[in-house]
Design a protein around this ligand. Structure first.
Ligand SMILES: Nc1ncnc2c1ncn2[C@@H]1O[C@H](COP(=O)(O)OP(=O)(O)OP(=O)(O)O)[C@@H](O)[C@H]1O
Ligand SMILES: [Mg+2]
Length: 510
């Protein structure tokens, strides 16, 4: 090689190595490299193709249109680029017009015979792994060129590129891992507000859980609102056992369960001889819950005459037993619950406004089950497991019946669902629950919904079957990675979570 050539070559290599380190943007760096190549060699076109599994696709190109770049996609072993990627060794085609292997897939070389173009193609290798292919169209026309020299230069450039590509792939991999990590964290964060024994993943229940976590450590009074069977008592329990008072007593009292005349003495206790039959002093519920929590269920049923005394305990932390003079101090936290419309009771004078405001400091609303259907499959499995254990018996609820349970209104909320599952576990004749095993109320509603919509029902079940299959396919393809599967399906990770639950899709090891 002449000294002039050597100098040119060295300065080209110097340029290229500088360009490859110019930024973290591999594409931009490689474009620069292509430009240098075009200048130093008589390069008409050039490409860097990268390999991903069995495909090699053009990543950057010089002298080609966007469309041409897009069609530059080869299977391993296909065409010259595919071959170089597969074999891991260079191929030189002195004149592509004479070469049947040359696919001209990108369509950029219009008149192959006329142009006198040599095609040089070298693998971009790191250790023994082919990461991609560098290819160059070199015009030779009348000038005498040494392919050997070109090849040597291209090999050096390819090895420089390999370092960058490897770094790039590593960063990509890290980015992917980071994304994955973020998704996992998000999922964990979502479940961060787990409360023991309370099942729920719907947004509204997550909000309830978060509120429980926030309010539990404080001494604030809490009022739980929500329809019957939504889990108010369960939540009251959780708040107590998550509070600093957990070691103290948790006293439950249902204001609707006792005749009005006995309520006061039940709540505040009585002195000996306070009334006929009061043979001895007796502590009431408030006194018993000293340094603990009192749970007043159905507080809306509290008679108006007793309300001021409750208000006083809340404000002054003191009261007197029935028939007693002595003022008793208590340190008690109140959690109240009601399924009644307190505001209505206030406006009709059945509930004192001052007490209402006192109680309403931290209102926690538990939504009815029909407004958080996402929780139904979760609760279903939870109760199935519970009653399987209790009864040493196991039943299966397949998707047809599951769907009916998903769509039922559940006026009795979680309690109704719990009772239904218990009944099914105990009573089902076969291992698989049949429609006819369901309680009448559920069958009734389901057939009403189905009336006149029979074909709709069949159609929707077909659609669901297709949807289920697609989801399972996507999950299998992605190694049961929900975030990735969701991306394939064009839905959000939350949506796929919902579907997995809905169709009770379980991971298989194939
Ligand atoms: N999210 C939940 N996870 C698990 N079990 C639940 C959940 N919600 C309710 N339950 C169960 O459902 C039943 C009813 O709950 P709970 O007694 O707490 O309801 P409630 O709101 O107090 O109803 P009511 O107003 O009729 O007293 C209980 O057996 C409870 O354990
Ligand atoms: Mg209750």
């Amino acid at each position: 090689m002449s000294n002039v050539n050597k100098t040119i070559e060295l300065s080209a290599l110097y340029e290229i190595s500088k360009l490859l380190g110019a930024s973290l943007n591999l594409k931009a760096n490689l474009r620069g490299v292509m430009k240098v190549l075009a200048e130093y060699l008589d390069m008409k076109r050039g490409t860097v193709a990268l390999r991903s599994n069995d495909d090699v696709s053009i990543f950057v190109a010089h002298g080609m249109s966007e469309d041409a770049v897009r069609s530059g996609r080869y299977k391993l072993g296909e065409g010259i680029i595919g071959r170089v990627a597969k074999l891991g060794s260079p191929i030189v085609i002195p004149n592509i017009g004479d070469e049947p292997l040359f696919l001209n897939k990108t369509g950029v070389r219009v008149n192959l015979k006329k142009e006198n173009i040599a095609f040089l193609c070298v693998p971009i290798k790191f250790k023994n792994e082919v990461l991609g292919v560098l290819s160059v169209d070199r015009l030779f026309g009348s000038k005498a060129v040494s392919f050997e020299q070109d090849l040597r230069l291209l090999k050096i450039i390819a090895s420089l590129i390999a370092q960058s590509v490897r770094l790039y792939l590593e960063i990509e991999r890290e980015r992917e891992a980071f994304f994955q990590e973020k998704e996992n964290l998000k999922r964990q964060l979502k479940g961060r507000y787990r409360v023991e024994n309370i099942v729920g993943q719907s947004d509204s229940m997550q909000e309830v859980f978060e509120a429980i976590h926030r309010v539990a450590p404080s001494k604030a009074n809490v009022i739980l609102r929500g329809e019957s069977g939504t889990g108010k008592e369960l939540i009251a329990n959780a708040i107590h056992y998550m509070s600093p008072r957990a070691k103290g007593a948790f006293i439950k009292f249902n204001c609707a369960s006792i005749p009005e005349g006995l309520l006061e003495s039940e709540l505040f206790g009585h002195e000996k001889g306070a009334f006929t039959g009061a043979m001895a002093m007796r502590k009431g519920r408030f006194e018993l819950s000293d340094r603990g929590t009192i749970f007043l269920d159905e507080i809306g049923d509290l008679p108006v005459i007793l309300q001021p005394k409750i208000l006083r305990v809340l404000q002054e932390r003191e009261f007197e037993r029935v028939g007693g003079e002595k003022t008793i101090k208590v340190d008690v936290r109140l959690i109240a619950a009601t399924s009644r419309n307190l505001e209505e009771l206030v406006s009709s004078g059945k509930f004192r406004e001052d007490l209402y405001y006192r109680l309403n400091v931290v209102p926690l609303v538990v939504p009815p089950l029909r407004e958080r259907r996402l929780d139904i499959p979760l609760l279903l499995d939870y109760f199935l497991e519970k009653f399987h254990k209790e009864n040493k018996r196991s039943i299966k609820i397949l998707s047809d019946v599951r769907n009916i349970l998903m769509e039922y209104e559940w006026p009795g909320n979680v309690r109704e669902l719990e009772n239904t599952i218990e009944r099914l576990v105990v009573m089902s004749r076969a291992e698989v629950v049949a429609f006819s095993d369901l309680p009448l109320s559920i069958r009734d509603q389901s057939s009403k919904v189905g009336e006149g919509l029979k074909t709709g029902g069949i159609l929707s079940s077909v659609v669901e079957e297709i949807e289920k299959t697609r989801i399972i396919d996507a999950l299998r393809k992605t190694g049961w990675n929900r975030a990735k599967a969701a991306r394939i399906l064009g839905i959000t990770p939350r949506q796929i979570g919902y579907k997995v639950m809905k169709y009770s899709i379980k991971q298989t090891d194939d």
